[in-house]
Write a protein that binds this ligand. Structure first.
Ligand SMILES: Nc1ncnc2c1ncn2[C@@H]1O[C@H](COP(=O)(O)OP(=O)(O)OP(=O)(O)O)[C@@H](O)[C@H]1O
Length: 211
């Protein structure tokens, strides 16, 4: 599903992540590691948000640098700590991202209802609690027809009832539509009830299969 090779990511000349070769099979992959180990850097790089050196190919077809538009249409990402321009509403952002991701008709409304974002649909994000921001970011990451969705700390600040709905929906997407997911969490990932395809350990600037 995702093939990473010769990846090096540096900030201001300091290399924080080196991934010589990593192949992720379809399914749900859990990346764990301590603070500052490189999980968010890896996710943001795979999401196409950070410059890096190396190659990332989705589904043997879409190379992140050569086919950036086709790649990004298929890879969605929810930040660990989402931040949006504070004058925009949930409806503004969902409308904008839904259009960019060519979201099917009614998908935005269905997801807003599922995640409870409909309850603060026309409120500006500057007035949101951290859980409301999290719900909105998860909604945005599920729009369109992604092949791969990266969820950085989806459990943080999310209420238990919404978490259960989210993880049911993820289970449905993986089984019915073969969508793959990459997750990070400092919390017990078994709380999601998802069957994890593979666990990866991020540390010392490298990513290795967890033992
Ligand atoms: N914008 C940045 N500029 C410079 N260094 C950065 C930047 N972002 C992250 N780093 C560094 O990269 C390394 C990895 O950070 P990253 O945010 O990827 O870790 P993480 O595993 O997601 O941590 P956490 O679990 O605390 O969220 C850290 O040493 C951090 O200081």
């Amino acid at each position: 599903m995702l093939a990473v090779s010769n990846l090096t990511k540096a900030y201001n000349g300091r290399t924080v992540l080196t991934v010589p070769a990593l192949t992720l099979t379809p399914g749900i992959h859990y990346f764990r590691g301590g603070n500052g180990s490189g999980k968010t850097t890896f996710f943001r790089t795979v999401a196409g948000l950070l410059p890096f050196s190396g190659t990332i190919i989705l589904d043997n077809q879409y190379e992140i640098s050569k086919d950036p538009v086709a790649y990004r249409m298929r890879v969605n990402y929810a930040e660990a700590e989402p931040l949006y321009p504070d004058f925009l509403t949930a409806r503004d952002l969902a409308g904008f991202v839904g259009k960019a991701k060519q979201a099917p008709t009614q998908q935005v409304n269905r997801l807003a209802e599922l995640l409870g974002v409909d309850k603060f649909w026309t409120q500006t994000t500057g007035t949101f609690s951290s859980g409301m921001l999290k719900k909105l970011s998860l909604l945005l990451a599920l729009l369109g027809n992604p092949r791969l969705v990266l969820l950085d700390e989806p459990l943080t600040t999310l209420d238990v009832a919404t978490g259960a709905k989210l993880f049911d929906y993820i289970r449905q997407l993986t089984t019915d539509q073969s969508v793959s997911f990459l997750l990070t969490s400092h919390q017990d990932v078994s709380l999601t009830g998802l069957s994890i395809t593979r666990v990866w350990q991020v540390g010392d600037g490298v990513i290795l299969p967890a033992t």
